[in-house]
Design a protein around this ligand. Sequence first.
Ligand code: GDP
Ligand code: MG
Length: 383
Amino acid sequence: MSLVDSAQPSRFQRLTSTDPAAIGIVGVTGPAVPALFGTVVRFETQNAATLTAGSVRRAKLTEADGEIIDDIVISVWRASPDWEIWLHLHGGPWIMRRCCERLKAAGYHESSDESGEAWRSHDALEATIWGWLPRMKTLEGARWLLSQRDRLPKLLARLDGTSKRHPKLAAAAFRALRERGKALEWYSTPVRIALIGPPNAGKSTLANRLAGCPVSLESTEPGTTRDWIEIPAEVGGFPVTWIDTAGVFEATSSLDAAGVEATHRVAAKADVILLVLDSRPEAAAETAAFLNSPLVRLLGSESRLMLVVWNKTDAVPDSARHRNSADHWGLALMSVPAEAEFWLSGLNGEGLDRFQNQLMITLRRYPRRSTGPADFRPDGQRG
Ligand SMILES: Nc1nc2c(ncn2[C@@H]2O[C@H](COP(=O)(O)OP(=O)(O)O)[C@@H](O)[C@H]2O)c(=O)[nH]1
Ligand SMILES: [Mg+2]
């Protein structure tokens, strides 16, 4: 369906309502669309010349002075010379209004076509999918979401066709539907994984390796990390935030004590706890002290999902490995599921692939930890 109206070549229209929704889409059309790039809309790396029909790009919606109004996604329905693009905003009346003001200042007219007929027809499913797109934190998530345009109707048709005659098939289809809701959350909300352990266990080295670049200071000096550091990354296409923390030990100085205290706070807010332990026999005393610390006892008593990494395997002879396992440490590690124990070396990367491959499989078996009622919207989605 054509949008082009040669009498009013540069137009935009709000394609979603302006209620305080979490998403908003503004369609923009006209030959002058490229003039918006670099002024109203800025790309980090691409330039407009690389945009073709079907392109989807992250960008910033900006003020004239470059100040960022919103992180957005742009989808290109038609490119040069007769452009049609959609700006996918993080909804909210203020961002929507500011976007429209910026477009007006750039010489665009707001289309008053209430029926929306001049615009590309879009069904409710498609609109919802486009609306969710900016929330996807990884490319894999975006691909998965877009694939639902074809897959979801097929699933619904299966449900419709089988529900009466084949209750078992219908139940499976319902389960598949529910899984999609969960996948949406996993792709849009990074799971927060706190690396917690005694000083010198190799938390910072591991965090840097998982991030793929040095972010955290590593050193043989215990107590190098006193604050915590959040590192956004992805594992198997899912967004995660690794949180490197200060080592937990019986602190004597007030600065060290503040570091341990900060680790307690981080642990309380993390979705998952990754206990990083030094598997070398000479570290056994520190490991024992850490596992008996008030923090680990508290986490154990809360039945928090804990994963264990036995680190520094490169420095442990094979024969000594069996001595370290959650079983061996008994009560302290009772809430560690068997498949959530990993042996690896943050230093040379041994065992890291297996850890990353297994991690999300393990995590998805368990409900995500609620961080309190305030984080949940009435529809059950996380805010
Ligand atoms: N052999 C060996 N040494 C490691 C490994 N990971 C870390 N280290 C060393 O252990 C020391 C402490 O590492 P760091 O990451 O700062 O520990 P953190 O205090 O737990 O953050 C450093 O000298 C690291 O080089 C590992 O997998 N194997
Ligand atoms: Mg550290």
